[in-house]
Design a protein around this ligand. Structure first.
Ligand SMILES: Cc1cc2nc3c(=O)[nH]c(=O)nc-3n(C[C@H](O)[C@H](O)[C@H](O)COP(=O)(O)OP(=O)(O)OC[C@H]3O[C@@H](n4cnc5c(N)ncnc54)[C@H](O)[C@@H]3O)c2cc1C
Length: 375
């Protein structure tokens, strides 16, 4: 049985573990702490337009060397397996990578998403048109204002929304939206309206739904708790290598030996990339690239680009070959049994329409490739 070690406990590491276990590998996940996955707003953006992705040669999904049909088939498999696994853990999601809706956040601003928690799905803005929507406010909570959310729903999306305040006296003084987490949803007086709740409540009524969050996010926290089950909580601090292979990873004084390794350590929030004058990959010393060129070689030009447009920073990251093996700055593959996945990869806008799509699909494929190592 192939032994696979996944480094990273975000959505990419989780999908890698799912795929590797499906190939009957023995999988261990080591994760230091929650990363960006725990901050997501509550709607997974997967991919927008496969053809435009395939037309961007440095995009991590284009670098897989698959055509649109191949990518679509793999996305179908990855998303349905992910939804099934999360559903078994008590977290049900709706939608596929092909579906796309708009969902309001706690400020009434719309965000696109393809796969959303079942508690968010009924709040799709198109489906709310023609309905009355009661936006639940909690006067003790200081960082959310139902009246302004209702006004934004009206002004920005033409939805007949109104605020209804419900007091929860047992909340601590100066409560914030996170203090609502895990509480039973209060019932509003309004009848016959859809009910928009700030995120975090449980046991929503049948006509209720949750708004998307801004960090810290109850949606992200629920997802992170579901995917963290079974992971070893430790930080990989060094690796051992030999004959062009990784042989083990050290964490908390323990050596984790494996036949293949998946690196899914995220970006700056996760800890996989380190910022500074030049961005670096901290654990394996991998190359970091910007639009296909080694970032270290771009010098002050890259500093200027980043100054002019912060999105340039978001497009930097590790680059992989077709099998998702990460490259050194000179374009060579340093380790034949190391695979990289998730938001640490460069070549796409990580805050854009592939926010979850890249981590899910590259995690899925990296996990499978790792499990098939040596077969
Ligand atoms: C504020 C915010 C909101 C977002 N909202 C959305 C959204 O609504 N929709 C959307 O589609 N996308 C969203 N994104 C993007 C999306 O959340 C990320 O792209 C995605 O979650 C990244 O997943 P990941 O697994 O690659 O990385 P992460 O979730 O960051 O996971 C990295 C993991 O690696 C671990 N790690 C790092 N180094 C080590 C080490 N040495 N040893 C052990 N473990 C290590 C970390 O502890 C962490 O567990 C958002 C991002 C942010 C920052």
């Amino acid at each position: 049985m192939t032994k696979v070690l996944v480094i990273g406990g975000g959505i990419a590491g989780y999908c890698a573990a799912l795929a590797a276990r499906r190939e009957r590998a023995e999988v261990t996940v080591v994760a230091r702490a929650p990363g960006a996955t725990a901050l997501y707003a509550g709607g997974m953006e997967v991919v927008d337009d496969l053809d435009s992705i395939l037309g961007s040669p440095n995009h991590p999904l284009a670098r897989l060397g698959m055509d649109a049909v191949g990518l679509a088939t793999e996305l179908d498999a990855a998303i349905s397996t992910l939804k099934l696994a999360l559903g078994r853990g008590g977290l049900s999601f709706e939608g596929t990578w092909r579906s796309r809706g708009l969902y309001a956040d706690i400020h009434g601003l719309a965000r696109p998403a393809s796969v959303v928690p079942e508690t968010v799905a009924p709040g799709e803005l198109g489906g709310l048109s023609g309905k009355r929507v009661a936006v639940i406010g909690v006067p003790q909570v200081g960082d959310y204002d139902a009246a302004s959310t209702a006004q934004a729903l009206k002004e920005l999306h033409g939805i007949e929304a109104f605020a209804e305040d419900i007091s929860i006296p047992e909340l601590p003084p100066a409560a914030s939206i996170t203090d609502l987490y895990g509480r039973r949803a209060p019932s509003p007086r309004a009848r016959g309206a859809a009910i928009a709740y700030p995120p975090g409540f449980t046991n929503l009524p049948s006509d209720g739904f949750e708004l998307l969050a801004s960090p810290p996010s109850p949606h992200g926290w629920r997802l992170q708790q579901a995917i963290a089950l079974g992971a070893v909580s430790a930080e990989v601090s060094s690796i051992e290598t030999g004959r062009g292979k990784v042989t083990s990873a050290r964490a908390s004084g323990r050596a984790f030996r494996a036949d293949a390794f998946v690196l899914a350590t995220g970006r700056y929030i996760g800890g996989g990339l380190r910022g500074g004058r030049t961005t670096t990959e901290s654990l394996f010393g991998l190359g970091v690239f910007h639009e296909g060129l080694a970032a270290a070689s771009l010098g002050t030009r890259l500093q200027h680009l980043k100054y002019l447009d912060p999105r340039e920073e978001m497009r930097m990251g590790v680059m992989t070959d077709r099998r998702l093996r990460p490259l050194l700055e000179d374009g060579s593959v340093p380790y034949t049994n190391l695979y990289a996945a998730g938001s640490m990869l460069g070549g796409y806008d990580y805050s854009g329409p592939c926010g979850f799509g890249v981590p899910i699909l590259t995690g899925w494929l990296a996990g499978r490739n790792a499990a098939r190592q040596g077969q």
